[in-house]
Design a binder for this molecule. Structure first.
Ligand SMILES: O=P(O)(O)O[C@@H]1[C@@H](OP(=O)(O)O)[C@H](OP(=O)(O)O)[C@H](O)[C@H](OP(=O)(O)O)[C@H]1OP(=O)(O)O
Ligand SMILES: Nc1ncnc2c1ncn2[C@@H]1O[C@H](COP(=O)(O)OP(=O)(O)OP(=O)(O)O)[C@@H](O)[C@H]1O
Length: 476
């Protein structure tokens, strides 16, 4: 990419979240942050470089080399950024327009366009399909610091949804709690039927299925099936419209499940029986009771879950340690940098996480290690997964090929994790207050009567080495 020859006409609006707006060309995306214009260019560049360092040195070792693309901080011509901002404005969903993209610093994060496959081998030249899912966290905490019994019964995610409904900020569906292929498939089926803001599907890099707020995006499952038909049905198929829609959607679901559970070593599978589950997941209680729970080791879900579980103390156990760090920083302000409170996100930051004592020995090292672990877990609880697939012939000899059934076409695929930004140290007191509000609200208003919300949810969950966990696929 020649930075001095950037032309806004080569880039198009791709999507956005709370913190950033993304534009794409075929091979790359530029992720431009939405944040304070008070920052100087140097601060803005540092901020983006921090994101790159954090992805590369902290999240990549934890989540796996093959899933994480850290990207590169770039400095773009200001004129290009301003023109780009004008160009994309009309494409932005209204709900995101309360924030503006940074047009002052010219700094951005350049990443591979994960909706495309870098080695697209498809002989039939069908554009790749990409499915994006945001897995949230809903495992029940086992920390002895938890004071409210309800937190051992209902996951924080479910309680948060109740809180959001009451705060009028709930506009999206969600799915949580995942066990085995059968339940995962069922959950994905529900997601497709009612996408709300749960997931997105891209074809050839274009978003073709998403939440209502995204303009020009399909809402009709049959239309989606039309898009998918060439990938999953032989060209001469005589099946009628409705039948073929069902078949192609089922095939899509199988591909998604296979990619999510794919592991380098299929022999390594966690098999265990569950103990306690989120009580809000009423929808599939019978299914939960009657299934074996397995999650292949090293699959993307296992990696994300393992990182989410670095939040081992719960915010209730973490908050006193945060206060210990604050007190220490007041007494020894110069230690802020050696303790790496605001980074740099280097190898030694990761070591502080990995070498944190297992028991509280009263040290500042323990407190800082736990605070860093909590922040990393928060990042893993807010990331997204992108599964990109393309059809290929058996003769293509790919490293990663998904075989649904031997007679069906093979797919080559890649699985990536995105949105791996550091969560601010300063947000911990807010998280603590929010936790109390969420739990109190749930106890006050919804316990006797929470059937309705629970029924809207699709719960997916699993166990990991005997621990009861839930991973929640949530709005993207
Ligand atoms: O708090 P949550 O669980 O609702 O997560 C927020 C996300 O909401 P979601 O529930 O995924 O729709 C929220 O996503 P949306 O704006 O809803 O797309 C952000 O990702 C937010 O992170 P940040 O403050 O931008 O760093 C997320 O906040 P934190 O991860 O900082 O808590
Ligand atoms: N490397 C990429 N390749 C393709 N699409 C991407 C890439 N990075 C981001 N996107 C798209 O842009 C959207 C917004 O990006 P991202 O999730 O990083 O924003 P965010 O503001 O950090 O989100 P959040 O609201 O979770 O904080 C994503 O949902 C995804 O569809």
């Amino acid at each position: 990419m020649e930075l001095d020859k950037m032309d806004e006409n080569d880039w198009k609006y791709h999507g956005e979240g709370n913190k950033s707006l993304v534009v794409s060309n075929h091979a790359r995306v530029l992720r431009l942050l939405k944040y304070s214009t008070e920052d100087t260019t140097e601060q803005a560049f540092r901020h983006i470089q921090n994101i790159v360092d954090y992805s590369q040195n902290v999240m990549k070792p934890l989540l796996g080399e093959k899933f994480v693309h850290n990207g590169e901080a770039v400095k773009l011509p200001l004129d290009f950024v301003r023109q780009l901002s004008l160009k994309v404005q009309q494409e932005r969903p209204e709900s995101r327009c309360d924030k503006v993209m940074d047009t002052f610093s010219g700094c951005a994060l350049c990443l591979p366009n994960l909706t495309q496959l870098s080695c697209c081998c498809s002989r039939e030249h069908r554009p790749p399909l990409c499915i994006e899912i945001k897995p949230k966290c809903g495992f029940l905490p086992s920390s002895r610091h938890v004071t409210k019994e309800i937190k051992h019964k209902v996951c924080r995610f479910c309680m948060h949804q109740h809180f959001k409904v009451s705060s009028y900020c709930f506009g999206k569906g969600h799915w949580n709690n995942l066990l085995n292929k059968q339940r995962m498939s069922l959950a994905i089926k529900h997601l497709i039927e009612e996408p709300q803001n749960n997931f997105k599907i891209f074809k050839g890099g274009e978003c073709i299925y998403s939440c209502k707020d995204d303009a020009d995006v399909l809402q009709d499952v049959d239309e989606l099936a039309q898009h998918l038909r060439p990938y999953f049905l032989p060209s001469g198929s005589l099946m009628n419209g409705h039948q073929s829609s069902k078949v192609v959607l089922n095939e899509l679901i199988q591909v998604i499940v296979s990619a999510l559970l794919s592991s380098w070593d299929p022999r390594k599978t966690h098999l265990s029986e569950g103990r306690v589950r989120c009580e809000a997941s009423l929808l599939h209680r019978d299914l939960l009771r009657n299934t074996n729970h397995c999650l292949p080791k090293d699959c993307v879900l296992d990696k994300i879950l393992g990182t989410q579980m670095l939040d081992s103390l719960d915010i209730e156990g973490l908050n006193p340690l945060f206060k210990r760090v604050e007190q220490h920083l007041q007494d020894f302000p110069k230690e802020r940098s050696s303790l790496q409170i605001d980074g740099p996100y280097s190898q030694s930051f990761l070591e502080k996480i990995q070498n944190c004592p297992t028991e509280d020995d009263g040290s500042i090292e323990y407190a800082v290690g736990k605070v860093h672990q909590y922040r990393v877990a928060m990042t893993a609880k807010d990331c997204s997964i992108m599964i990109t697939i393309a059809t290929c012939g058996e003769e293509d000899g790919l490293d990663q090929s998904l075989e649904i059934q031997p007679s069906k076409p093979h797919f080559t695929y890649s699985v990536s994790i995105l949105d791996l930004d550091p969560k601010p140290y300063e947000s911990i007191p807010h998280q603590s207050r929010l936790d109390s509000k969420i739990v109190n609200h749930y106890l006050r208003s919804t316990l006797p009567n929470n059937q309705e919300l629970a029924n809207q949810s699709v719960f997916l969950g699993w166990d990991r080495e005997g621990e009861d966990c839930t991973l929640v696929f949530h709005p993207v």
